[in-house]
Design a protein around this ligand. Structure first.
Ligand code: GAP
Length: 467
């Protein structure tokens, strides 16, 4: 599948629209249409159910997007959250030096990397030397004359209040995680949770990405679902944090394969090597997905040690140390951070569910969402238009419990296919004979099999199916 085909399909079926389209759009801004908004909401709710509701060791938080700007100085984002940029002197194209290197290595299979290679954090001089040595060309014009590399900070800045000077500068958060760290002691105090426990948060994050691309894979405005799971530090329980890191890898993998229903053969773990690891991280693993453009990060699972809490403690002078009532010891916990992009999860859910079948009249698309994930759970279709009143009664009965779709336009077969295309797992056909007997027929999207179900049992029937 090519990304452009997926984009056309997603736009045509009301999953995603180009942002501000009537004004010519805004680069890489996407709006979520009726089916996309529901799909995204379902994925978010499944994540909350799986990681908060079903676990006694997790709580939910909703911190503000705008935070005291000192937060971002302490976290290292003001000083270090930047991309290495350079300009092609011939065509003036602005390029990310680290991406140019990655694309070159991928295309040529060259095993040599720049010295001290660490993606966007690689020293600029080493990137420059490597690009010159390999004769890497500008992908736009083929030129090889580049400007010096400059660091470009990815945070969006704005002003709070009426003055527009540096004292009023605030940032749109580039990650939700820091809202969790600064609230650590509030949550400990008010939730009475004991280490090991975790705080989960879903919310918008903003990054002024230089090369946003690949549809909703990388955008400037996106949503993150992040967990900070606090556990005993190395000094208290040697190696325990690494065990937790391993455990979270499995939990996250199972959420994707069993709860969301992603295809396992499109996924893999990738451990960060010593070169790539942040200086404070004890281990980091990405769950990668095979996108139409190749393997890419879906979910980062990092062992961040006590770096963030210690840094905030030092800077704010607040006591963020944890007192363990069982051992009477006081310590700064280590943290495991599974961080997932909601929009990226929606993209992989669409890719994984996408299927084409030959109906005899050409190819048609079926989205094979799990019922739990599907934006619309049940379609209510009168066999013929004159049964619309009866069908609307069925719709009213079910729409109290599930998101349903009503459709009476066109032949019944065509209507089934329309529902298959947006991934509706079950379609009800209302015909007069069954209706009078207090029942309807239910068609299963994936098997095409039809079953007669009593109207009184319908809600329970769909509940059992996972709707
Ligand atoms: N707190 C850690 C953190 O933010 P990250 O690897 O930068 O780590 C975590 O981001 C996840 O957020 C990524 O794995 C990805 O799913 C998602 N993400 C990051 N940048 C994104 C962007 N520009 N657009 C969409 N999703 C993004």
């Amino acid at each position: 599948m090519e990304m452009k085909d997926l984009v056309s399909f997603a736009v045509a079926k009301g999953f995603v629209y180009q942002g501000s389209e009537i004004y010519g759009g805004l680069a890489n801004a996407w709006d979520y249409g009726p089916n996309g908004a529901l799909l995204k909401e379902n994925l978010k709710n499944l994540w909350i159910k799986h990681f908060v509701q079903k676990r006694s060791d997790m709580v939910l938080l909703d911190a503000a997007i705008l935070m005291n700007p000192q937060t971002w100085v302490t976290s290292g984002h003001v000083g270090g959250f930047s991309d290495p940029l350079m300009d092609c002197k011939s065509c003036k194209q602005r390029l990310r030096a680290d991406k140019l290197v990655e694309e070159y290595v991928e295309a040529t299979g060259d095993a040599e990397m720049p010295a001290e290679w660490a993606g966007e954090s690689t020293p600029a001089a080493n990137l420059t030397a490597y690009i010159a040595k390999k004769g890497i060309k500008c992908p736009n014009c083929g030129g090889t004359d580049f400007s010096d590399i400059k660091k470009f900070n990815l945070m969006f800045k704005t002003f709070q209040g009426v003055t527009e000077d540096s004292t009023a500068t605030v940032y749109l958060r580039p990650e939700t995680a820091q809202g969790i760290f600064v609230n650590f002691s509030n949550v400990v105090r008010t939730s009475r949770k004991k280490v090991p426990f975790g705080i989960a948060q879903v919310g918008k994050a903003f990054r002024n990405e230089i090369t946003p691309k690949n549809f909703i894979f990388r955008t400037r405005e996106f949503e993150q679902m992040e967990i900070e799971f606090f556990c005993e530090p190395e000094s208290i329980a040697p190696g325990k944090h690494l065990e937790w890191h391993e455990a979270w890898k499995t939990v996250c993998w199972n959420f994707l394969t069993k709860t969301v229903g992603l295809k396992e053969d499109l996924m893999r773990f990738r451990n960060h090597g010593p070169d790539e690891l942040s200086f404070y991280s004890a281990a980091t693993t990405d769950i990668e997905f095979y996108f139409p453009f190749g393997w890419g990060e879906l979910w980062g699972i990092a062992d961040r040690t006590d770096y963030d809490l210690s840094a905030h403690m030092k800077e704010s002078k607040a006591d963020l140390a944890y007192f363990d009532p069982f051992t009477n010891q006081k310590y700064v916990p280590f943290v495991i951070e599974p961080s997932l992009g909601l929009n990226r999860l929606m993209l992989v859910t669409l890719i994984s569910a996408y299927d084409e079948v030959d109906s005899g009249e050409g190819k048609r698309v079926v989205l094979r969402f799990k019922p739990e994930v599907a934006p619309v759970k049940v379609a209510v279709l009168p066999l013929v238009k004159k049964l619309s009143e009866e069908a609307k009664k069925v719709y009213d009965l079910l729409s109290d419990h599930f998101v349903c779709e009503y459709d009476d336009a066109g032949a019944i077969g065509k209507r089934y296919y329309r529902m298959d295309e947006i991934g509706v797992p079950f379609s009800i056909c209302v015909d007069s004979e069954n209706f009078e007997a207090g029942q309807v027929t239910v068609r299963d999207r994936d098997t095409g099999l039809q079953e007669t179900v009593k109207m009184d049992d319908l809600v329970e029937y769909f509940r059992k199916k996972g709707c």
